[in-house]
Design a protein around this ligand. Sequence first.
Ligand SMILES: [Fe+2]
Ligand SMILES: [Fe+2]
Length: 395
Amino acid sequence: MSTELKKALYNISALADLGQAITSEDDFHEKIQSVFYVITGTFLVNKGAILFYEKANDKLTILTQKGFDLADLDLVNPAELKSLVKNEPRLIQDSPVAVAGAEILVSLWVRNEFIGALLLGGKLTVGPYTPEELELLNVIANQIAITLNNHTLFMELSDKLAENRRLYEEMRHIYHGTLQAFAAAIDAKDAYTQNHSYRVARYSAAIARELGWNEHEIEGMYVAGYLHDVGKLAISNDLLNKVTPFTPAERAEIRKHSTLSHDITVKIKFPWKNVEDMVWHHHERLDGSGYPDALAQDSLSEGVRILTLADSFDAMTSKRPYRKRMDVQSAIGELRKCLESQFDNKILLVFCKVLEKEIKGNLPEPDILPHLDSDSDLSVISSLLEAIIKELSAP
Ligand SMILES: [Fe+2]
Ligand SMILES: [Fe+2]
């Protein structure tokens, strides 16, 4: 075999090894380590290093090395490297690192971006680096530079992603804070319904979760619960807090609140679907006797059905100007009684299942139980829930 052919084969096998190392699925540091082994093995050197340029700090960090004292590698100067020809191996004698045993210095670049450096010591075999070896090193240097650059791009992208995620979380936090302020404003108007919006939000979200809705949909349900009575902000305080029965005109005025809730929320660009529809129809009934549109059955979405039940349950178990609060089992009995006319079988079944799980301690963060009358007899409630679950689960 001719010497030329031997050299060509030698170069091809070195590049094949390098290609394998670079395109492996290893993590970045393992990949660089493999590339480094290929280079030091191919050229048989006892010293070498791959350095990475940190643009933000204008300094080089060691990715991998062998044979050097770490302090010696500190002598490699980014400014000096930037002045060298891109990716071209340079034999050095006059650099401080030459004293530490480096013979070859390559300044690594991708297009006009300085990426880092490759250093190699003298070969263990006899003789200096040949022009062919320097040519091969030039090809290898280009490959390493691209690998380092890809890593930088990937890291920048990850940083950006993390930053976006952080900003999104911050925005969500502010958003929820604003919603809470809104809900507090609604509930503050009506002395008897303090925290009503908050409880309805939690009950509704708990039912949606049990129904298997995804996290985004549950959040939308929660927001609809929070804002369902936002229209009450436009109703007079005196009317909302009236102790004596309403006149027909007053009742009509109060009933405007669900349409007002719609008119307010429809102007907000929510990231969730149907919030304005859910708040609009939270006083509709399955038999079509509700308001404002007397919608029935198929016209009522699952979200509306959830909100209707959660709202009514909290209204019944809270004190109102015109009546005392109802005990929990009577309120559940009332929901059961109003199936078909007012509430949906499936929603009541799911509501009962959630509350039963909470009473049994099977849900780590209960949404309903903590807000119920603490004097309630949980065993009585539990038996009632079990009876309804059995009845509604029957085919
Ligand atoms: Fe309402
Ligand atoms: Fe309400």
